[in-house]
Write a protein that binds this ligand. Structure first.
Ligand code: NAP
Length: 256
């Protein structure tokens, strides 16, 4: 499939997990990608993997903190300049931090909102003028099953992802007559840096019985990030042409 020939794509969170898998999927389908992350080592690995697949000539990587307004302004300008415009924006950057709600500091709460929700907003705001000039433009945002289903110890994260869902619906309506689609994926139980890497896990005294309901019904436990990347690629292509203002849950049936 070559659904991304002549398509210009900006991917955040591209140095790890689902963002990286999305970069590789879109490159494999002929797209040109500007890939950003705060993780320099991760971005180098994303680039090395693209080079090994003989696709690095269509990939540019750059450091970008999506929670930094000035950096986002400059980063999106660099992306649209390099790509000569923009057709698809994939907002995969995010952080997961778990804590008992009664022990969550304001700093921690605000940091999670700043990266996940405000960061998604900032990148969309800066990219919108180029997207509205683009070809069949699409924004793919990252919600989470935690936005709609109860995940303990993740109140701030769930709030950030619920906000992304609501914002996505508003944007889908607001720009629908200009041909822009805005959609969320809502993953769950995906193996990535966030869920299996060095990031902070659950509180030490977490009550694991609260997770009894949170297991995939199919597969062998957590799925690989490419399972989400394939859906993101579909949504950003003409195969998703009649999908907007909604979210697609990708969790192996955890939340039937
Ligand atoms: P991941 O492997 O940790 O990838 C997220 C990437 O975003 C990391 O490289 C991370 O860098 C980067 N990042 C963090 N803060 C950033 C910032 N301020 N600016 C730019 N980049 C930043 O996790 P993932 O699972 O692939 O996550 C991708 C998206 O899926 C996230 O939005 C996540 O919330 C969502 N999601 C994942 C799951 C799952 O089961 N894995 C479920 C629901 C939703 P650092 O590693 O340095 O932090």
């Amino acid at each position: 499939m070559q659904r991304y020939e002549n398509r210009r794509v900006l991917v955040t969170g591209a140095g790890s997990g689902i963002g990286r898998a999305t970069v590789h999927r879109i490159l494999a389908e002929g797209g040109r990608v500007f890939a950003v992350d705060v993780d320099e080592t991760g971005l180098k690995e994303t680039y090395a993997q693209a080079a090994a697949a003989s696709a690095a000539d269509r990939l540019t990587t750059a450091l970008l903190d999506v929670s930094d307004e000035a950096a986002v302004r400059a980063g999106v300008a660099a992306a649209t300049g390099t790509l000569g415009g923009l057709d698809v924006l994939v907002n995969a950057a995010g952080i997961l931090r778990s804590e008992h709600t009664h022990k969550t500091t304001l700093d921690l709460f605000e940091r999670i909102i700043a990266v996940n929700l405000t960061g998604t907003f900032l990148v969309i705001r800066e990219a919108l003028p180029a997207l509205l000039d683009g070809d069949r433009p699409v924004v793919v945002n990252f919600s989470s099953t935690s936005a709609s289903f109860a995940h303990p110890y993740m109140a701030a994260y769930a709030a950030s992802k619920g906000g992304i869902q609501a914002m996505t619906h508003a944007i889908a309506s607001e720009y629908s007559k200009q041909g822009l689609r805005a959609v969320c994926v809502a993953p769950g139980s995906i193996a990535s840096g966030m869920t299996t890497g060095t990031g902070p896990g659950l509180p030490e005294d977490a009550d694991m019985s609260l997770f009894a309901k949170l297991a995939p019904a199919i597969g062998q436990g957590f799925a690989g990030p490419e399972t989400v990347a394939g859906v993101v690629a579909m949504l950003g292509s003409e195969d998703g042409a009649f999908i907007t203002g909604t979210e697609i849950r990708i969790d192996g049936g955890t939340h039937f």
